[in-house]
Design a protein around this ligand. Sequence first.
Ligand SMILES: [Zn+2]
Length: 481
Amino acid sequence: MNATLSILMILMIIVTIGSTQNYKHSNKPLMLLVSFDGFRWDYLKTYNLTNFNYLKSVGSHSEFIYNSFSTVTFPNHWTIVTGMNEETHGIIQNEMFDRDLNKEFNHLANESQTIEWYGQNKQTEPIWITNQKAGGGRRSAAEWIGGGLSFDDQSAIYIPYNNSKPYKELIDQFIALYVRDEEPINFGALYFDEPDHTGHLFGPYSKEMEKKLYFLDETLGYLINELKTHHLFDDLNLIITSDHGMEEITQKTAIFLDSYIDTNLFNAYGSRACYSIFVKNATDLEYVYKTLSNIENIEVYKKEDIPERLHYKNNVRIGDIVIITRLGYGVYINNQTINWKINRGDHGYNNNQSAMFPIFISHGPGFKKNFTIDSFRNVDIYPLMCFLLGIEPAANNGTLDNVMDMVIYNKIETHFALIFLLTSLVPITLLMLGSIFICVHRKKNSQSSSEPIEENDIEANDCTVEILNENLNENSPILIK
Ligand SMILES: [Zn+2]
């Protein structure tokens, strides 16, 4: 009697789990990382962005997060997906020089998109590679800087950045990868180039920015709806973040270095808010340093004196001298004509300036609802993603403890337990049937030897339960490290 009841209960569990998985997607933990380039944290306070607010109310968010110095696009996007400081991974500017390679890097040039630049540190590993290396059918897609590169013979499905592709088309492309029949992805990294572009053209306080933010809010609404339509919204951990903020610049705050010094004495790599200066002749170093130090509204450091808190010193790609421009000012190497009507915003300044802080909003089975977490550094996002994906992180500078307050532990355990049950359905069923057969067989034998029937019924029931628990306990601890 009890053995029959056990079979019925097991079948009910299987049917219940099966009914929640009757749509197509990977049976591995699901995650989507999204960046809106240049999304300054307080845009969310200034404007009533319905879909961003909705996501905050149903998920976890930080009012802002601390990004890495220099606060520019390529370095911070590489930090988000590797968990490494810029001096550690080596993408320290959008434009840079490597003395060892004797080469220049330009973020827009195809020839710069190579492993010698992005893999300077051999321990560098973007999250989409870490995900795939964990195996078990895990698959990643990346529309992100460095997304086309191979690490340890692994490469993600790469969707090259295309500034003419409509955002909704890009979203559709990712959704299709999550729900396709063959090798559905369980991790995606999705990049949008706004509101950065509008910020550079018109500044963070402009009407154009307001309009663009409402467009991005509509884009987020489309993403949420598509995730819901494809039964992904409640099962997928979604992270919305950015690389940096934006500040207004004007003609009055422009600084032309050639008004102060012979700029032929050095090569400068970077952009208006931060430069690495490589002095051509070592004997000129002191002169260049002292002359630049006398210019108002810029901070000038010899490489060895760069503040430790910036984590921006220990790399051959950082120059002999580093210039950090005062917020709202812009340094140009040589005097030039600038159309100030469409050069109204910039970033790259010190990462202790709140105007540079980006957003962080998350939602999914691993995140608390309507929860606000204290601000953390963007190096912590990589270990957070690894934890939610149930995979071992590669070497990184992040700290998981900083982000765990927003994570739901038991939901993750339950989630992984369900996944385990599904993936192990056949062996578990066989084991159970086998054990029930043995127990029933024993029962028959004991009945024939005239032992009490009641005791043997209990024994049969215990056999079944023991096997289920054994399998769950064996596998769940690995997933909640
Ligand atoms: Zn950017």
